[in-house]
Write a protein that binds this ligand. Structure first.
Ligand code: FEO
Ligand code: CA
Ligand code: CA
Length: 636
């Protein structure tokens, strides 16, 4: 079972000489594997596909990786390379900046639900910077993925109440804040006419093929076209017309299932007593037994126009329904958009949506329905480094009325089942996706899947080759021609892991610094691939991964394959969002759930034994800004 992953590496192996810290004997071992690599195994299946990704000399500013690696540590702080500065900018509970409504954060968690609606939510995740004045002033738009009710309320989940449910619903969703560069630091502009929170109760429209579908109609919405709120907002996307996409990931965790779940409810894991967030006890629409269609109204990609705080968010059903991690947007040469989406659940899928129409000039209003019309595909990764996109269109590929797909609405509501039927590849938890416009490579983090190959679960395949995959990998593909193509070439960019381990699930082929469970992913303007990790706290600090107690963020030179550690987060956190200003001189990173695992709905006193970041008090997820003391480009 121990596959030699080193032979799947590509690119010029002589570049391995640039890898730092060659004194480490383990690293030298890894390097020898890299030097033995030939590119012929990759070249063979590619056919007409360009291999420019392996031969292109970066044309950006400075060397691809111009910083000294940060050492692994378990400090309760953010560690960055020498010459870099860290500023905490926007923490859970900080005022968003709505005029006349800027409640101060109370460190004992006694802010009310109403106050929380005007404050930063919990658990920062995907993030994007929308310029207002280039790299000096802009909007930061970010997700707040979920709540830690142990920290959110006085007394945690004891004395559970309607007020606590309302506060939890107000603490997730999306923040829109205005920020300005004051020279030595960034500030949140308060008040700002753009400041906004989108929460689990914000009215939203439903558009696309599922709009008005019988399975989307409820007691409170007979139209099946209007829904309250968005939940579990994980990763994100942004469009060429200036809107933000927030993605509903593990929405099923908010719904209490019925006594006897039907097949669809079981596919989503709904069961009685399965809603750990306990919203249904005071908000009955989250009780599936009483409102059987409400959960069909979640699991979508939601589009928000951050420039218009009065705009109504829209759930775009043409992109399919899934436990959406993110929605990465790129464009074809003829101007259509292609949206790549991973579904972060074990044995779920990777999707692609290709718009019918090209992007029109005129911004958000001119493209208000662009994501409503197009073709949805799911990926099949075949052996031999080739793959195909299988169309998920009613009437094609067996998606017929006899099999439960009488309309395209049926297909997009039951995207998982449609993907099962067409024989898509069941992946090891696809998280973020990023593309490199210069090379055409599209990267996707497959964070881990500890059940792969266990009795009763799917076995390994070419794309998911590790039994009980604890460390994850980054897979990548290059479309045959433009991004709208239906076939592609693929390989593994890296198998993550700890080089000292000899187990197939844990020993990686990383050229450079050890990492595990890659999650966040973004390609910057120079072509550097930024990787954020989310090793489970049940794995961190124990056994296999004892040498890497805190999660971190890494920069990869995709021309050489080198991965170098740029940042280590505080204790118990995962690194989530990542984006820079256009000049690449300010880097925004989201730090999520410092203090885990003790933080999960538990006693704050216990949590603070793990982490008190960033205030030396109850820990708070936060956006940080990283700049260089010399004002230079980040990472160069
Ligand atoms: Fe919300 Fe899959 O991370
Ligand atoms: Ca994630
Ligand atoms: Ca993750």
């Amino acid at each position: 079972m121990a596959k030699d992953f080193s032979t799947m590496d590509d690119c010029n192996p002589s570049h391995n000489q640039s890898i730092h810290d060659l004194s480490n004997p383990l690293r030298r071992t890894i390097l020898r594997g890299g030097l033995a690599t030939t590119i012929s195994s990759l070249l063979a299946p590619l056919g007409a596909v360009s291999l420019s990704g392996c031969s292109t000399t970066p044309t950006g500013i400075g060397p691809m990786l111009g910083f000294k690696s940060v050492t692994m540590n378990d400090l309760d702080t953010v560690t960055v390379p020498d010459g870099y500065r860290v500023q905490v900018l926007y923490r859970w509970g900080d005022a968003v900046g709505i005029a006349g409504n800027m409640p101060a954060y109370k460190s004992d968690a006694s802010n009310t639900a109403t106050e929380q609606e005007a404050q930063a939510g919990m658990h920062h995740d995907g993030i994007h910077y929308f310029p207002l004045d280039g790299s000096q002033r802009g909007l930061l738009v970010m997700n707040h993925e979920y709540t830690d009710d142990g920290l959110l309320h006085v007394g945690g989940m004891r004395d559970w109440s309607a007020e606590k449910v309302a506060k939890a619903q107000a603490a997730m969703g999306v923040s829109v804040i205005e920020i300005v560069n004051r020279g030595n630091s960034w500030e949140v502009v308060r008040p700002s006419r753009f400041a906004r929170r989108v929460t689990a109760t914000t009215p939203m429209l439903i558009t696309g093929p599922a709009r008005g579908h019988a399975r989307l109609r409820t007691r409170d919405d007979a139209s099946g076209a209007v829904v309250l709120g968005t939940v579990n907002n994980c990763a994100h996307g942004f469009t060429p017309w200036g809107t933000y996409l927030t993605c509903e990931e593990n929405f099923n965790g908010y719904f209490n299932g019925p006594d006897k779940p039907d097949a669809d409810q079981a596919r989503w894991g709904l069961k009685k007593g399965g809603a750990g967030y306990r919203w249904h006890e005071f908000d009955e629409r989250f009780d599936v037994a009483r409102h059987p269609n409400e959960y069909n109204r979640f699991g979508w990609v939601v589009e928000i126009d951050p420039m218009d705080p009065t705009s109504t968010p829209v759930k775009r059903t043409a992109l399919g329904r899934a436990a959406h991690e993110g929605a990465h947007v790129t464009q074809t040469r003829d101007g259509r958009v292609v949206v790549y989406m991973g579904e972060d659940s074990r044995f779920e899928y990777i999707y692609k949506f290709v718009s019918r129409d090209a992007v029109r000039p005129g911004g958000a209003k001119a493209n208000a329905d662009l994501l409503d019309h197009g073709t949805l595909y799911v990926a099949r990764f075949n052996a031999g480094g080739r793959g195909e996109w299988i169309e998920l269109t009613q009437g094609k590929n067996g998606l017929t009325a006899e099999r439960g797909f009488a309309s395209q609405g049926d297909v997009v509501i039951s995207t998982r089942q449609a993907s099962d039927l067409v024989g898509a590849t069941k992946m090891d938890r696809p998280e973020w996706i990023a593309s490199d416009a210069k090379t055409g490579w599209v990267y996707c983090t497959l964070t881990n899947n500890a059940t792969r190959g266990k009795p009763g679960f799917p076995g390994v395949d070419a794309a998911n080759p590790r039994v009980e995959n604890t460390m994850g990998n980054i897979i990548r593909w290059k479309e045959d021609g433009d991004f709208a193509a239906t076939t592609f070439a693929w390989n593994h960019f890296v198998m993550a892991g700890n080089p000292v381990l000899d187990r197939a699930d844990a020993k990686g082929n990383v050229k450079g610094d050890q990492l595990g469970s890659p999650d966040g992913l973004w390609v910057d303007g120079r072509g550097v691939l930024w990787i954020e990790t989310d090793i489970s706290t049940s794995t961190l600090g124990k056994g296999d991964y004892a040498a890497t107690p805190n999660n971190g963020m890494y920069a990869a030179d995709t021309t050489t394959g080198e991965i170098r550690r740029f940042l280590v987060g505080p204790r118990g956190c995962e690194l989530t969002g990542v984006i820079m200003t256009p000049d690449m001189k300010s880097l925004f990173v989201n730090i999520q759930h410092p203090g885990e695992p003790a933080s999960e709905r538990s006693n704050p006193d216990e949590v603070m034994k793990v982490s008190t970041w960033p205030d030396k008090a109850r820990p708070r997820s936060a956006t940080i800004v990283i700049t260089r003391a010399d004002g230079g480009v980040i990472g160069a």
